[in-house]
Design a protein around this ligand. Structure first.
Ligand code: SF4
Length: 231
């Protein structure tokens, strides 16, 4: 099966004003605060029609060993770790995904930083993070609907660098995903370009049980997913 592509305009996946404030933990700021004024202005200014894209490719799981924390796909091993393997233990296939909010966020954030507008750059960076997750929510919803109709369930999404899945596995993940239209590239140190991009897997299975992320007992205090998905 080939890579299923999705493209969005900013208005289709834009975070709301309240979601941005929640993410920044700034819900109690006054209306005249510069951060509030900037968020209101920038939300009307951001009007990208292109660049926000993503998708997934379906792959059969050849074996899944929770004890070793390893799954095998097309003879390649992914070192998911026991935590993620446990979350998807009943999966028989995976959707390997990529999604990006595009290069415009990086360009604009860099510009703000260069001008010395550090607070504005920080806010825009946060909007980029929320945008890519909202685009990914749409893709995940589409996957859920497609497989739900066939009697299958899907898991949460998991990414290298989180939930004890080593970031270095990005290389195998990208290798397995292969050619696609997102334009996302990977550096030798496993960082993605554009910066506001995500990658990972979603488990799929007829008997898959839903497992919550283990954030309550996780000591990753800087995890962006804890902020976006669970607080
Ligand atoms: S905080 Fe939650 S999502 Fe983040 S790494 Fe920990 S368990 Fe995973």
């Amino acid at each position: 099966m080939s890579f299923q592509s999705f493209h969005f305009t900013f208005s289709e996946v834009a975070p709301t004003f309240d979601e941005i404030l929640d993410f920044l933990k700034s819900s109690d700021l006054e209306e005249e605060h510069p951060a509030i004024v900037f968020i209101r202005d920038i939300l009307t200014e951001l009007n990208f029609d292109t660049g926000i894209s993503g998708g997934y490719i379906l792959k059969k799981i050849e074996s899944l060993n929770v004890k070793k924390g390893i799954i095998k796909i097309e003879k390649q091993e992914l070192d998911l770790g026991r935590q993620v393997c446990g979350y998807i233990r009943e999966a028989t296939q995976t959707a390997m995904f990529l999604c990006t909010a595009g290069e415009d966020f990086t360009r604009m954030t860099n510009q703000l930083n260069e001008q010395g507008d550090i607070m504005e750059a920080y806010i825009l960076d946060a909007i980029g993070s929320l945008t890519v997750e909202k685009a990914m929510d749409r893709i995940q919803e589409s996957l859920k609907n497609e497989f739900g109709g066939k009697g299958f369930k899907i898991s949460n999404r998991y990414s290298p660098g989180y939930c004890n899945w080593p970031l270095s596995d990005q290389k195998t993940l990208f290798n397995l995903i292969g050619g696609n239209q997102t334009g996302i590239t990977l550096s030798d140190s496993c960082l993605m370009t554009p910066r506001k991009s995500v990658s990972g897997i979603i488990g799929i299975g007829e008997h898959l049980k839903h497992h919550e992320y283990g954030c309550v007992i996780c000591n990753n205090s800087t995890c962006i997913y804890r902020k976006i998905l669970h607080e």
